[in-house]
Design a protein around this ligand. Structure first.
Ligand SMILES: *[C@@H]1O[C@H](CO)[C@@H](O)[C@H](O)[C@H]1NC(C)=O
Ligand SMILES: *[C@@H]1O[C@H](CO)[C@@H](O)[C@H](O)[C@H]1NC(C)=O
Ligand SMILES: *[C@@H]1O[C@H](CO)[C@@H](O)[C@H](O)[C@H]1NC(C)=O
Ligand SMILES: *[C@@H]1O[C@H](CO)[C@@H](O)[C@H](O)[C@H]1NC(C)=O
Ligand SMILES: *[C@@H]1O[C@H](CO)[C@@H](O)[C@H](O)[C@H]1NC(C)=O
Length: 422
């Protein structure tokens, strides 16, 4: 049977990692916003480095040489690497700071399957095609990698099916690589691209988070991440997952204008006793789900520890997660919300959420354990006792990031006339 390896088909990705970094003394302050200048004073095409976009020629050296050359412009406003229309087969390469990697209309970067030996990937710090890592230097006054991976709907195709075969047959000796691996990264925009066929996740920020005792000791959080205007499909996994490796902490995540279809899980938070860390201040809004088995899922007992040395008493803190203006059709289960016994997930808020469950679904639309929060204008109604109280008026400050729009509508009312329409 031909299986689909199209795992996280993403069209128009704007995962915008913007750094607001404060020095220890608090005097330095770097901020990056949507207004990041898209212009670079220097620009070269990958063809100038001998690359051939025929889908057959291996262009790894061309990419590596181009980036080595462009690195010399890092203190001169950075540089742009232009990838024209064509099929550009390559092994992995490291991104550099102050770079715009531009995939023009009709450009596809193809991951080479020839270089996919596990040992090779391990030697490449388990990243696959594009790896961006930054050695943080305390001397730096303004810390930013200032990288953009953008395009006019260009494509990065990991050709990762061989990895899924190894994974499904239990033949993997090491973990799988990701298409884009971000290590210690700040100041990054990924936009207007399609990611296909990753061996694992498409975009994977690490250190920016980590795993159990290692993540706890490394203690580097992932924060201030915006994921906007993303369309995708995943047959086996989640459109967006936070965790399970969240031991460094994850906070201030804004997810907006998301469309997920024909997928297993929509949005998922995964953690486990032993992880420690936290996931807090997450705001998810304007989401549309079509034919998604589990629209929203929390998993408190994900398991999967790196080794036996984890501390089972290191409990994660999961709090202040808001879902606002969410709509779904053909949903299997609206919310499968499982926290951790003795370590309740709290201040979880659902506002204006309509998840129409499939007619033939035999499962309860909502299932909750060890999760507590508030809900308002939710259909089907969350029947769990721990969500019995409404958000307005007295709990609006317990919920993270409620939009002005909804705050206004609710002003002074716990039961707005609006409610009557539900
Ligand atoms: C990430 O930053 C830390 C501390 O700033 C540094 O020790 C480490 O080597 C960096 N990791 C990579 C892969 O650059
Ligand atoms: C972008 O490319 C994908 C295929 O890679 C295509 O399905 C989609 O229609 C394109 N979108 C736009 C806006 O051109
Ligand atoms: C894993 O290691 C075994 C033993 O060294 C080797 O035979 C096998 O090919 C490796 N698996 C993969 C997918 O490389
Ligand atoms: C992405 O494409 C849209 C529509 O063409 C455009 O408005 C936006 O500026 C693009 N984003 C970036 C970062 O280039
Ligand atoms: C409720 O959410 C839907 C999207 O799911 C949106 O169209 C609608 O405007 C929202 N209602 C309010 C009052 O914000």
């Amino acid at each position: 049977m031909k299986r689909s390896f199209l795992l996280w088909y993403v069209l128009l990705v704007q995962a915008f990692f913007y750094g607001a970094w404060y020095s220890v003394g608090g005097s330095l302050h770097c901020e990056y916003s949507n207004s990041v200048i898209l212009h670079r004073p220097h620009s070269v095409s990958i063809t100038e480095f001998g690359a051939v976009g025929d889908g057959v020629t291996l262009n790894t050296k061309a990419f590596q040489n181009a980036l080595f050359y462009l690195n010399s412009f890092s203190d001169k406003g950075g540089a742009k690497l232009f990838v024209p229309a064509g099929q550009w087969l390559t092994g992995s390469f490291d991104l550099i700071s102050h770079l715009t990697l531009w995939l023009d209309k009709g450009a596809t970067i193809l991951g080479s399957t020839a270089s996919l030996s596990q040992e090779y990937i391990l030697a490449r710090r388990i990243g696959l095609w594009l790896i961006l890592y930054h050695h943080m230097d305390e001397e730096e006054s303004c810390l930013s990698d200032d990288v953009m991976v953008i395009g006019e709907n260009g494509t990065i195709d990991g050709q990762g099916s061989v990895w899924w075969d190894w994974f499904r047959h239990g033949e993997l000796n090491y973990t799988r690589p990701h298409i884009v691996e971000l290590i210690n990264t700040t100041g990054l925009i990924i936009s207007n691209l399609t990611f296909l066929n990753s061996p694992f996740w498409n975009i994977h920020p690490v250190y920016c988070s980590g795993w159990d005792e290692y993540g706890i000791s490394y203690a580097r959080p992932s924060s201030k991440i915006k994921i906007n205007r993303l369309t995708g499909q995943t047959t086996s996994s989640s459109g967006i997952a936070i965790g399970s490796e969240m031991s460094g902490g994850v906070s201030d995540i804004y997810i907006k204008d998301l469309h997920l279809f024909n997928s297993n899980t929509g949005i998922r938070i995964k953690t486990s006793p032993g992880r420690g860390g936290y996931v807090r201040n997450v705001h998810v809004s304007n989401v549309k789900f079509h034919n998604v088995q589990k629209a929203i899922r929390f998993t408190g007992k994900y398991g999967e520890h790196p080794d036996e040395n984890f501390d089972p008493k290191a409990l994660p803190v999961i709090e202040k997660i808001t879902f606002e203006n969410i709509n779904g059709e053909d949903i299997g289960v609206a919310g499968l919300l499982e926290g951790i016994e003795g370590d309740e997930f709290k201040n979880i808020c659902f506002l204006n959420v309509t998840l129409t469950v499939k007619k033939n679904s035999k499962k309860a639309p909502w299932k909750c354990s060890h999760v507590r929060g508030y809900s308002q204008w939710v259909s089907p109604e969350i029947t769990c006792d721990s969500f019995g109280e409404s958000i307005f008026p007295e709990h609006s400050s317990d919920c993270f990031g409620l939009s002005e729009n909804n705050l206004e509508k609710s002003s002074g009312l716990s039961r707005s006339p609006w409610l009557l329409s539900w």
